[in-house]
Design a protein around this ligand. Structure first.
Ligand SMILES: NC(=O)c1ccc[n+]([C@@H]2O[C@H](COP(=O)([O-])OP(=O)(O)OC[C@H]3O[C@@H](n4cnc5c(N)ncnc54)[C@H](O)[C@@H]3O)[C@@H](O)[C@H]2O)c1
Length: 352
């Protein structure tokens, strides 16, 4: 099982993105994103996504070096069509434009539609927070293989439809970044690759019965992930679908897609200096965090964390120690690298 440093993760992902045809700036943005997702503890959204990206590239469903089309540019409203562009760069560019617009108008409502997989959505929340903004995003996933069975559905009907909200906190962003399924789909892939069973409450089989076997979903493309939090999480998934597509014209789950993953996103970016004053907003967030953390720790837990804390902790540990990639994932990842022309010598040089 290889253990990769942050530099190795970056260099390897950069090599593959370049071989996939991305220009330097795009390869950098993709590699930096994937490396940081691994460091944050989300191996589901790190370099383990590269085999899927190579598959999509070869099927013409992911377009390197794409230019997003501006669909709406009206005051605080900005809607861009990514036309299957490489998601990390399409979303990065879109959010940078939304931040610039929010500096002028106080806020920006950003629609980004039809992007190839945008990865760990929290990354864009971190970008906005670093610029003194809050960030809220409703995201859908349109794929030929539905992932999520909404409340009371026996069948999968939606994607894992992530939701994000981020604010500047005392130790870094307070960043809620989550799939609306109990876990992200990529985590089922990681469990399958490691030969692990899933915890209860994550997956149902084709008949709607609970199962702990990730092979049902990954190998057999059957069954469905459950929404988190019963009808409430399911409701958020439904609204992620609608906010990100009904308002932007993005691809809906039920529209016939060719194989491939498309993300659409409706994001709201607010300049804290314009709405209240950056310092006052930050002080209020810090006060809320302190208030929550002053509670006694509940039995069975060892710490009280706010959203974003687990990723910061993981990044500190993994940044120092490196990230273990299981053998099955590493085999798939290196096969994908070779499929786009990376040689074994280049792979060895990239991972040091
Ligand atoms: N692009 C896509 O199509 C897509 C789809 C789904 C998910 N994703 C990504 O998958 C990643 C993983 O999602 P997930 O739902 O499995 O994440 P998760 O369940 O690990 O974490 C969800 C949230 O809970 C917080 N959290 C975790 N443990 C906590 C604790 N003990 N106390 C307080 N807060 C805690 C985390 O900080 C995070 O904000 C996310 O980055 C998401 O953006 C992307």
């Amino acid at each position: 099982m290889p253990r990769l440093s942050s530099k190795a993760l970056y260099s390897f992902a950069h090599l593959v993105a370049r071989r996939m045809g991305s220009e330097e700036a795009e390869a950098h943005e993709v590699a930096d994103h994937l490396m940081r997702a691994n460091l944050a503890g989300h191996d589901s959204h790190g370099i383990g996504m590269l085999p899927a990206y190579v598959r999509l590239l070869k099927a013409g469903l992911l377009v390197p070096n794409q230019t997003p089309e501006t669909v709406v540019d009206f005051g605080a409203l900005l809607v861009l069509d990514a036309r299957r562009g490489y998601g990390q760069r399409m979303a990065g560019e879109a959010v940078r434009r939304a931040i610039a617009r929010a500096r002028e108008t106080g806020a920006c409502v950003l629609g980004l539609r039809n992007s190839a997989h945008i990865g760990r959505v929290g990354t864009y929340g971190e970008m906005a927070v670093a610029a003194g903004m809050s960030f809220t995003a409703y995201v859908n996933v349109a794929d030929h293989h539905y992932a999520q069975a909404p409340f009371a559905c026996r069948d999968a009907r939606l994607g894992t439809n992530p939701f994000v909200t981020a604010l500047p906190g005392p130790e870094g962003p307070v960043l809620l970044d989550m799939a609306t399924t109990t876990v992200a789909g990529g985590k089922v892939r990681v469990a399958y690759n490691k030969g692990q069973k899933l915890a209860d409450g994550i997956l149902i089989d084709d008949e709607g019965h609970p199962t702990n076997d990730p092979a049902v979903y990954i190998r057999d493309h059957a069954g469905a992930l459950l929404s988190f939090g019963g009808h409430k999480g399911s409701g958020l998934a439904v609204l992620c679908e609608m906010m990100s597509t009904a308002l932007t014209g993005g691809q809906r789950a039920e529209e016939p897609t060719k194989e491939g993953i498309l993300n659409s996103m409706l994001a709201i970016v607010i300049d804290l200096n314009r709405i209240r004053g950056d310092a006052d907003a930050r002080a209020a967030v810090a006060s809320s965090v302190a208030h929550i953390k002053a509670s006694r720790v509940a039995p069975g837990h060892d710490a009280i964390l706010v959203p974003g804390d687990p990723e910061r902790r993981a990044a500190a540990k993994r940044g120092a120690e490196g990230v273990d990639i299981d053998d099955t994932s590493w085999r798939d990842i290196t096969e994908a690298a070779r499929a786009v022309g990376a040689t074994d010598a280049e792979i060895a040089a990239a991972i040091g």
